[in-house]
Design a binder for this molecule. Structure first.
Ligand code: SF4
Length: 418
């Protein structure tokens, strides 16, 4: 009985180390079926009002009119013409989104999206400082340019959200300005006094040890030293959609700016939706917006009265509901490997058989790009329809039957019953 695919087993996780790292960037566009693709690294997911507008304008002027958040909290533009690379680069430089040409693909840093906003976590706004310091240190280190374009740093404020992403190097804030440093999927961590230099050093030591044999620490985990601090299970809790505790800036909750948290269906938003998000953040916002690796956007200090307007524009503004946890790979027409337009299929399934429960990920091929971690329902396109897998139970469906099967799998009607 095959298991539910997970991060350790799905074939999409590891790169093909027989080839050069072909991960796209802002300067290295990737030719796809629907035009070229650019991936913009957004350390900590942080985007100012001006940068949100720059992304919206670039998507409209150069791409297919949308920008999508990736599972590392970065952004992708699709449908780009191959000759627009210089124009795109200039727009990004002007907006402050391309500080290094040589290191632009290695600035993969996720951070707890609510750090310093809701009073939880021990790291607080210190995490934002870590993001800045790590980004600057990465860009200043010549050796760091050799990291894979998918090498991920996670900076967790202590609540165990991004620590659950199993990044390549994870820092978890603890009291006293210190952190626990975890490399790959080690079960133990090391307490460090200087978190950012320690994270950078862990990446450098991995590169030296790997010697080109591996792109991620997990691939040579048994060769890496483990720390001496046992790690607890990480909650992996995502920011709830809606109004953030704390209320608007200057509110009564101890100076927390509060704000709004919204979700994007399949992580994509049109240029106009990105402009609306910029409006909600405000031109003079003291804090940048934060993209989340769960395809959401946190808007610190945004006025709760704006929530209905965001909902009317097609953004998810409340937790729960059948769209909760629904993800899909690019599929057709953007990916030539796909057997189907899985996003359209997933949207139809949500409409035809609404369900809540386990996350569900739709994939056009066995690579399962962008799949979640933990327990999830796997929907894989096949020639006849789909293969639906959860907790080791597999059902092959014809397309007309898939929505119902997915709904049953999500709400546990046939989990562990066969
Ligand atoms: S079909 Fe989907 S899972 Fe397969 S390579 Fe394309 S985007 Fe990735």
């Amino acid at each position: 009985m095959p298991p539910t695919p997970d991060a350790a087993q799905a074939p999409s996780v590891g790169p093909d180390r027989g080839r050069a790292d072909a991960c796209p960037g802002a300067l290295r566009l990737h030719p796809a079926e629907d035009g070229h693709l650019a991936r913009l690294r957004i350390p900590g997911g942080q985007l100012t009002h001006r940068q949100l507008l720059a992304v919206a304008d670039a998507a409209d002027a150069l791409g297919d009119g949308e920008a999508e958040i990736t599972s590392r909290g970065n952004l992708q533009l699709r449908g780009l013409a191959g000759h627009c690379a210089a124009d795109l680069a200039e727009r990004l430089r002007t907006a402050g989104l391309l500080p290094s040409d040589t290191h632009e693909r290695v600035r993969n840093i996720v951070a707890s999206p609510l750090a310093g906003l809701d009073g939880r976590g021990t790291g607080g706004s210190r995490i934002l400082q870590w993001v800045r310091e790590l980004d600057e240190a990465l860009c200043a280190a010549p050796w760091a340019a050799a990291l894979s374009g998918k090498f991920l740093f996670a900076l967790d404020d202590g609540r165990g959200d991004v620590a659950a992403l199993d990044a390549d190097v994870t820092l978890i804030a603890v009291d006293g300005g210190r952190a626990l440093l975890r490399t790959g999927r080690a079960r133990r961590a090391t307490a460090v006094d200087a978190p950012v230099p320690a994270a950078l050093d862990a990446a450098r030591r991995f590169l030296a040890l790997a010697g080109g044999r591996a792109w991620h620490p997990r691939e040579i985990q048994h060769e890496l030293p483990e720390g001496d601090v046992p790690l607890p299970p990480f909650a992996g809790e995502r920011p709830a959609l809606g109004v953030l505790p704390g209320g608007p800036s200057g509110g009564s909750s101890g100076g927390l700016p509060g704000g709004l948290s919204v979700g994007l269906r399949f992580g994509r938003a049109t240029g106009d939706q990105w402009r609306l998000l910029a409006d909600a953040l405000g031109a003079h916002a003291p804090h940048p917006a934060r993209l989340t690796p769960w395809r959401g956007v946190v808007l610190p200090g945004a006025d709760p009265a704006l929530l209905p307007r965001l909902a009317d524009a097609g953004l998810r503004t409340a937790p729960g509901g059948p769209w909760e946890g629904v993800t899909a790979c690019t599929g057709l027409p953007g990916c030539g490997k796909s057997l189907a337009d899985v996003r359209a299929q997933a949207a139809r399934a949500v409409a035809d058989a609404p369900a809540e429960g386990l996350p569900v990920h739709w994939s056009g091929c066995a690579r399962r790009c962008g799949h979640p971690v933990g327990r999830w329902v796997d929907v894989l396109a096949t020639a006849a329809g789909h293969r639906v897998t959860v907790d080791g139970t597999v059902r092959d469906t014809e397309e007309n039957d898939t929505a119902e099967a997915v709904a049953e799998a999500r709400n546990a009607q046939w989990r562990r019953t066969e």
